[in-house]
Design a protein around this ligand. Structure first.
Ligand SMILES: Nc1ncnc2c1ncn2[C@@H]1O[C@H](COP(=O)(O)OP(=O)(O)OP(=O)(O)O)[C@@H](O)[C@H]1O
Ligand SMILES: [Mg+2]
Length: 257
């Protein structure tokens, strides 16, 4: 089966730092693929390359088998790829509906001046992320967790089929993490593919279908979660041991040692 998205041999250097070295990564439709690794491993850089925020020095990106160049977030969005950043890039003084409309030319042209239509349009996307707020609410009146769901709703309003979430639980309480996981579950059932950047094993094992482990800009291994005794796991067990895994972590992803 052709992957929805495939990144091959991606390298990126910033001044003195080799942020990525010949990294391969792929994403299937409806898959949650976690990117794991310590600080500075290259997780955000790889995500930003897929989202058009950063251009790679070398390497290839393919969408549904076709080579693509993604020089800007706008191009990424036109291809159905959207990133939700660690620091959310929304407008606090504008309403929920206005924040979605600003990202979406169709809404600006069609419903921008008709509040009722704009709010109905926005409400459909809020429903998809299970967020029960009035679209006219200014963003600054929402909690961090609600704002994050607005950011995801905004991505969906741009017809995102690939959603990149960079450390999405870093500022969420446990209850809100549950809400987010519920939304991720809903989205993957509709075929949305999710790149989930994290360094928390415990949460990754709960939601990821596959996980790719990175260290110092290199991909160490890609595993299917819960897949015990996988060949790929055995091949990489020494490298993984030398990295960030403990036996508890292995148990968390369903791997028997
Ligand atoms: N714009 C930049 N300019 C210079 N160096 C950068 C830039 N972006 C990333 N780097 C460097 O590239 C390396 C990889 O960074 P990256 O942010 O991708 O790591 P990460 O895995 O997301 O880490 P973290 O868990 O801390 O978010 C790091 O050494 C970082 O300092
Ligand atoms: Mg990062």
């Amino acid at each position: 089966m052709t992957a929805l998205l495939e990144a091959t041999d991606i390298s990126k250097r910033f001044d003195g730092t080799q942020a990525l070295r010949c990294v391969d990564f792929s994403l299937e439709e409806g898959e949650v693929h976690a990117l794991l690794g310590e600080n500075g491993a290259g997780k955000s850089t790889l995500s930003k390359i897929i989202a058009g925020v950063t251009l790679p020095d070398t390497g290839q990106l393919r969408l549904r088998g076709k080579p693509v160049r993604i020089p800007s977030p706008a191009v990424a969005q036109s291809l159905g790829i959207s990133m939700v950043f660690q620091e959310l890039d929304l407008f606090p003084h504008l309403s929920v509906a206005e924040n979605l409309a600003l990202a979406n030319a169709a809404a600006r042209e069609g419903a921008w001046v008709r509040r009722g239509a704009l709010h109905r349009w926005c409400g459909g996307y809020l429903q998809q992320v299970a967020l029960d707020v009035d679209p006219s609410t200014p963003l600054r009146e929402l909690s961090v967790s609600e704002i994050q769901l607005v950011a995801i709703a905004r991505a969906l309003s741009m017809q995102a089929r690939v959603l990149l979430l960079d450390e999405p639980t870093s500022s969420l309480s446990d209850v809100n993490v549950e809400t987010l996981f519920g939304v991720i579950g809903l989205l993957r059932r509709t075929g949305v593919a999710i790149v989930y950047v994290s360094h928390k094993m415990a949460e990754v094992h709960r939601i990821a279908d596959r996980l790719t482990v990175m260290r110092d800009g290199t991909r160490i291994a890609t595993l299917r979660a819960g897949e015990a005794d996988a060949d790929v796991f055995n091949e990489n067990v020494d490298k993984l041991n030398a990295l960030l895994f403990t036996s508890l972590d292995y148990a968390a992803i369903g791997v028997r040692l």
